[in-house]
Design a protein around this ligand. Structure first.
Ligand code: 6PG
Length: 273
């Protein structure tokens, strides 16, 4: 069986929980409560929590909620490790970096939460750029770091306690675009050339979507009417081969281990549940 076929079949394991809330504020609140629960449970179970977070604009509200009571005091932040499922190939302090929003809100010096600095694991884009090592080095270095720090699930893939995701209007997740070379690749992390069909037109580094199969829980956040069409196709349409340009990689998170939190404008084309 080819890797592509295997990933496709893995993705067919069950259907996710789909939770529709009124608006972006409710989405942020519901996401923050779930993230806090997952972090508390992982720390209780094994003494630390590894969260793979996402980029884009959607997590900002979630981060704000986590820095506010009651969640701020409920989570044992000293035992939380933060990773990123993907990033843009820019330094961490670049506004288009997926780390930037977390640095600005969750780790803000005045209002942020007390996550130890060495528990924050950004992709080494800054070092790769400064030392001209390139995105492939950046990806391989990050894969090695994750493998040495995060317990491995089946097939030697790091099993993050929770993987947070957003989706793109083209049906991408992580930096895995329709027809992506990441699908079916044996590499845990990959350099992806700058997409031309979607902004920002920057090279990316991304985990292989096999991390979704290893994670016990996945939380996908989707907000806004602009995502309604693609969301309908992802959750209620036929499953398409994500390795083809017509495929929808976000269907790889259409699985029983995932919760999809969707606001009403984004849910406009979903069948009633
Ligand atoms: C990226 C992201 C990507 C993102 C979605 C949603 O680097 O572009 O990781 O997968 O989550 O594109 O982005 P929005 O939250 O801005 O809609």
């Amino acid at each position: 069986m080819s890797d592509t076929e295997r990933i496709r079949i893995e993705a067919e394991i069950g259907e996710p929980d789909v939770v529709v809330v009124a608006d972006p504020e409710a989405l942020a609140a519901a996401a923050a409560a779930r993230v806090a629960d997952a972090l508390v449970a992982a720390v209780a179970e094994r003494g630390r929590a590894d969260l793979a977070t996402t980029g884009g604009s959607t997590p900002a509200g979630l981060y704000r909620r986590l820095t506010s009571e009651p969640l701020r005091d409920r989570v044992p932040w000293h035992a939380v490790h933060i990773w990123w499922g993907d990033d843009r190939y820019v330094p961490r302090d670049h506004p288009l970096s997926n780390v930037f929003g977390l640095d600005e809100i969750l780790l803000d010096e005045g209002h942020g939460v007390p996550i130890p600095i060495d528990h924050v694991h950004p992709w080494p884009t800054g070092q790769a750029i400064a030392e001209e090592r390139g995105p492939a080095w950046c990806a391989a270095t990050y894969a090695a770091e994750a493998l040495s720090e995060v317990p491995q699930g089946s097939a030697g893939v790091p099993a993050f306690d929770l993987v947070l995701l957003g989706i793109g209007p083209d049906g991408h997740l992580l930096s895995v675009f329709p027809g992506s070379p990441a699908i079916g690749s044996a590499e845990l992390a990959l350099a992806i050339p700058a997409p031309t069909h979607i902004e920002p037109h920057l090279p990316r580094v991304t985990f292989n979507p096999t991390i979704l199969g290893a994670a016990p829980a996945i939380l996908v956040m989707v907000s806004g009417a602009a995502k309604a069409d693609v969301l309908g196709r992802i959750l209620d349409g036929p499953r398409l081969d994500p390795a083809t340009p017509a495929g929808l990689p976000a269907q790889l998170a259409r699985r029983a281990s995932a919760t999809w939190l969707v606001d009403a404008p984004a849910a406009g084309r979903l069948r009633p549940r």
